[in-house]
Design a protein around this ligand. Structure first.
Ligand SMILES: Nc1ncnc2c1ncn2[C@@H]1O[C@H](COP(=O)(O)OP(=O)(O)OP(=O)(O)O)[C@@H](O)[C@H]1O
Ligand SMILES: CC(C)(CO)[C@@H](O)C(=O)[O-]
Ligand code: BAL
Length: 283
């Protein structure tokens, strides 16, 4: 397994794989890999012959007051995990390789509607940064398949729409959330939590399960169900950013008619922002 830092080297390596008629997949990440990332790599290995994992902490998707500088960068450990997981190639460019003329004035990909609201409202410009870097990575690697986690539910919806609207010749696949034994969705940012916060954190998923149970038992007063859950989160020490019921396909607010629902949440625990979601069918 090679780690390459330049686009030119990567393209040369991929040309060789293509000559051998290999089907290529891409798993885009920001590194600090955990079992959630490894599940994506394993799916990529099952589906394709040649797995590329990108590791790039993309400054374009971070807001001015966010954790770009403190985001964990653990390339050596990530390489060990990817070797064990059977990845073929790691692409770990630095910022100047991806943005040689800087980020000011760089072309932006902006996906309307689906990137507005939720994380898009709390993190202005975030999804333009994600869409832009993902489209660059897809153009650089030109994979047959690209795999993303459903933990970043809105991100996956944004990437699917971008890919469809721009006729990108790639299959976009989403993979289920991998959780710790206590239910907390794995995330690099869990590493920011102190011991006490880490003990409280699974309550977020328990809250989603409770909402699912309420809806499953027939409640349709969505606003009240959400308000009760929000109060419970606050009482448990969380600061909710959003907690919402959406149509899982369109991400528009769920109505009494919506069957395919996703409960979407972003909360702060101390200064750490956690996201999670749960999809359910009310048919
Ligand atoms: N627990 C998880 N289960 C499945 N996929 C995941 C999980 N966590 C992250 N992913 C996916 O891995 C890919 C890379 O995500 P990223 O490197 O940002 O990891 P992360 O742990 O979500 O980090 P962050 O804390 O920044 O959200 C994304 O497609 C993301 O949805
Ligand atoms: C898709 C991604 C790698 C783009 O930087 C990032 O948003 C992430 O890790 O989910
Ligand atoms: N996991 C999505 C990347 C981000 O939060 O910036």
């Amino acid at each position: 397994m090679n780690t390459l830092h330049s686009i030119a080297q990567l393209r040369a390596a991929l040309a060789r794989a293509r000559q051998e008629n290999k089907r290529i997949s891409l798993v885009p990440t920001m590194g600090n890999l955990h079992d959630g990332h490894i599940a994506l790599v394993e799916k990529a290995r099952q589906r394709t012959d040649y797995v590329v994992v990108s590791i790039f902490v993309n400054p374009l998707q971070f807001g001015a007051n966010e954790d770009l500088d403190s985001y964990p960068r653990t390339l050596a450990e990530d390489q060990r995990r990817l070797l064990d997981a059977g990845a073929d190639l790691v692409f770990a460019p630095n910022v100047s390789e991806m943005y040689p003329e800087g980020m000011n004035g760089h072309t932006l990909i902006s996906v309307p509607v689906v990137s507005e609201g939720l994380c898009g409202a709390s993190r202005p410009g975030h999804f333009d940064g994600v869409s832009t870097v993902v489209s660059k990575l897809l153009n650089i690697v030109q994979p047959d398949l690209a795999i993303f986690g459903e933990k970043d539910f809105q991100q996956l919806a944004v990437i699917r729409k971008m890919s469809q609207d721009l006729c990108l010749p790639v299959q976009i696949m989403g993979e289920p959330i991998v959780r710790a034994d206590d239910g907390l969705a794995l995330s690099s940012r869990n590493g920011y939590l102190n011991e006490e916060q880490r003990r409280s954190a699974p309550y977020l998923y328990q809250t989603l399960l409770h909402i699912e149970q309420q809806l499953g038992s027939g409640r349709r007063d969505f606003a009240a169900v959400i308000d009760e859950a929000r109060v419970a989160l606050v009482e448990a020490g969380f600061r909710p950013d959003y907690l919402d019921l959406r149509d899982a396909e369109t991400l528009q607010p769920a109505t009494g008619e919506t069957q395919d629902i996703v409960i979407l949440a972003a909360v702060y625990l101390g200064t750490t922002r956690l996201i999670d979601n749960l999809r359910l069918n009310l048919a």
